[in-house]
Every structure is written in C-alpha cells, then in structure tokens.
Design a protein around this ligand. Sequence first.
Ligand code: TEU
Length: 532
Amino acid sequence: MDTLNLAACQAAAADWWKTAVIYQIYPRSFQDSDGDGVGDLAGIESRLDYLCDLGIDAIWLSPVFPSPMADFGYDVSDYCGIDPVFGTLEDFDRLVASCHDRGLKLLLDFVPSHSSDRHPWFLESRSSRGNPRRDWYIWRDAKPDGSPPNNWIGEFGGPSWTWDEATGQYYHNTFLPEQPALNWQNPELRAAMLEVIRFWYRRGVDGLRVDAITHVAPDVDKGDNPPNPDWAPHMGPTHSHLQANSKNQPEGYRIVRLMRQVSDEFPDRVLIGETSGSLGEVMSYYGDALDLFHLPFNFMLLRARWDAAEIAGLVETYEAALPEGGWPNWVLGNHDIGRIASRAGPAQARVAAALLLTLRGTPTLYQGDELGLENAVIPPAAVQDPWEKRVPGLGLGRDPARTPMAWQPGEGAGFSSADPWLPLCLPAEGDAARQSAAPGSILAFIRALLQLRREEPCLQIGSYRTRQAGDGLYVFDRSMPEGAVTVCLNFTSRPQATGLGGEVLLSSDPARPRGLSSGLVLAPDEAVILRQ
Ligand code: TEU
C-alpha cells in the first residue's frame, strides 16, 4: 500500500508535529524537586537535557492545573493555574522558555468534558437552582421514582448521575462524582472554556492533548443506553451497556470544530484528541474537511494482541481508513493502560519500540517505556487510583503504569528524597544512569532509533508498505522517491530468516555488525532496520 506521493511528503515536512516524536510526561512521577514525593515542574525542567539526549521533539504534560486530585489532575479546579504540588505559573513560564531554548515543543492536557466539583464554577452552580452558573453544568430532575434521569454508567463504575440534596436535582458525571460534566451547550461556559485555550497558547504552549473528547457535550435527554450483549463481568461495569447515546454526539463534533478554530488563531499549534473507541470513531475526529483534530489519538496498539500478523493487519486497516490528507499517529503506552513491556513481554520491548518509532505517523512515547519499565505490583495499602478503589480486583487500576521514573542509584532512585506517592519499580535493565552507560540497553537502542529517525527522511515522511507479515515476522518498507528503508521485526523467541539483504542501519542487538548483509536472519526478539 503506497500512501504518500512526493507532494504529500513535502507537505508533511512543513508541519512540525508531523515529523515530531512526542514524549508523554506524567508529572507526578517524573522528577520531584522539593522533596514531597510528587514530581513537579522544576523537576521536569531539571531533566530536559535527558529528553534532548533521548532525541524527542515535544513533551506533553498530563494535567498540572490546580486540582483536589480525586482523579490525579483530571479533576481541574482552575483551568488557568498551576497546582502548588507542581509549582507556580512562574515555574511554568520558565519551563516553556527552557523547552523552547532547547528546541523542544511543550503540549498541555486540556480537560473539557468535566471540571472538579471544587471548581468555583461548580460551587456556584450547585449553590441554588437560580444561580447564573446553574446551567454551566448538566442538571436534571429525578424520575418520578427518584431514580436518575437515565441508565448511563460512569467510566469508573456507578451511575453517571449524582444526587444533590440541597437543590433536589441530579448532576451528570461521566467519570467520578467529583468530576461534574460541563455543559458546552451553554454559550457562556463555551466562551470561558475556549478562552482557556487562548490563555495557554498566549503563554507559549505549542499544542493541546484534549482529554476524553468522546464524552464532550452528551445529549442526556436521548434516553437509556442499550445493554451490551457481549458483556462479561471482568470487563467492568462501564461496559455492561453500549455507550450509544452517551458518546460521540453531533454537538461534541461542533465543539471540537470551535476548539480547532480557536487553535488556528495561533500559528503552528497542534490539537490532539483523546479518542478512545472504534476505528470509525477515531477517523471521524479528523473531520470531513480535516477541520477537527490534527491528530485523533490512535490507540490500536494499546489493545492489540502481540502478534506479527495481527499487528500488520491493523496497521493496514488504519492506513486504509485514514481520510485523504489525514496524518497518522501511533501510541504504544500511556498513563491509563498496562506498560508495553508487560503487555508484549520484556523480551519484546525493543521490537515494540522499533515498531512505534518506524511506523508512518507521529509517535507518542510514554515516560519510562524507554527504560523498559514493567507494570508495578501495587500492594493494596498503596493503591491510589480511584478506579481501582471503586471497582477493585478486576485489574482495571492504572497505578501499575504510573510509578516514578528510576533515574540513578541511591535512595528514591533520584526521583525524590521523600517516600514517593506510588512505590518505585526498578526497570529490569537498571535505572536511567545505568542504561545510559550500557550500549546494549533498551534506552541506548531507543536513542539510536530516534537518531536514525532524525537522519532518515524515509522514517519521518516516507510511505508505508507491508512486505511480509505472519509466523512471527513482520517486515515493512518506508519509501521516498529517493530510496527506502526496510524494518524487520521478529515477534518470536526463535530466529527468523527474512530472505532480505541490504545495509544494516540499526539493530536492537548491538553485536550485529553494521554494513552490508545478505540473507538476513533475525535473532530471537530482534529488530533490524535495513537500507535496501
Ligand atoms: O481517559 C479517558 C478515557 O476514555 C478513560 O475512560 C479510559 O478509557 C480509561 O482510563 C481506560 O484506559 C482520560 C484520561 O486519560 C484519564 O486518565 C482520566 O481519568 C479520564 O480521562 C478522566 O478525565
């Protein structure tokens, strides 16, 4: 499948976010600078050289805004501030400047579907039915029997309606009761939220990752959600019903278009949408006129069975579904899902990284995955995630993928001088300092991959074509009119003959000689990039 011609290649090179590699920072767990066991902005600033050495182009910070932390920052109580646990607005301005000095872009999280129940807007809204901000949130009467207006279930279990005794109505919450849904139908709320985008862009932010977009502007009067015929208890309560009426409503798309228009008031900004459902849903968020998100997140690799044929199949399906002119993107891990080194198995972590960083499109790399971090075992007393607390024992909790970075030897692994907010989990190959000094480490391999990606236009903007996929071997080309590179991935723990020859540009095995090779046989779990 050839998906790009020369003109498209040139167009791709014009937008920084098409050739960039994004690195997701989960600020609570990146670097603590003030000894409270929680990471902060000054800590991030102190590690920018590490990120430059790694070779990424942009960082995206999960929320750093004032928050009671019921959902660890995804419950925002002031959209235009910085939570004291992370620092101050001055710290933030300094971080933006330090990033830009180094040529790094900085993206923030924008959480439009809900605020915190401690946000002054909500405190006003719930103060009385007549309050001018009542309509900034979604309030409805109980049914005659006192039950909620519909059967919708919150993403973290329980009804997605919370009764307010004082004013005698329910408010809608898609996630926790502490996260009341904002009413984007209200013109004043809408204007206030769009102004938040301008606030951060004026401070120099280069783009936004827009949270939980499928839940924005639900039509709560549309009726009950139908039962899910394929549901099983292990899937958790949320999926007992299909979210047919509660997600992806027409008004939500109109809101995204407005967000994009505001974003386009500023040059060179990128808008990324957290779309989490089917392929059709993801594609719909590009917009027919490519007027919605630049990059609707593609989470296919997060759910894929780690199998060469299956993954090649989904890459082809995704490529084929892209709208004309729509730029692809790939995500391998984030703060909501088990670590890739655990999902694919530690031996496959290099293959997974090679896949993420050589597929066509903008990759997002999650902090710690470059060290091969695995899921941590969180003792019950240390659980933090509200989802695990509300729906325990099903493995839904997200703490295992949120543990602090392990930087160097010594207490706290260089993350913090205090007890960290989540237990430390050391990567099997050692902390960042140890891996930096070890040529065969996964960190060294990912650095080399990122360097090759910078040097090799084929890997940034070349077309994609599957060569072989099956029996544990996946081989694909990335081509430009001037030449091509071939990516060979061994998904198994046995050797694999590729029948290919060429110049070895990079291997996950540092012992493999560079230079010309014929009849390439991949070692177990090896990734090789060839110039044909
Ligand atoms: O996640 C949105 C979302 O769709 C989640 O329900 C997701 O499906 C789930 O966490 C399993 O992966 C975003 C944030 O990424 C998440 O951390 C927040 O808790 C959530 O929004 C609410 O803001």
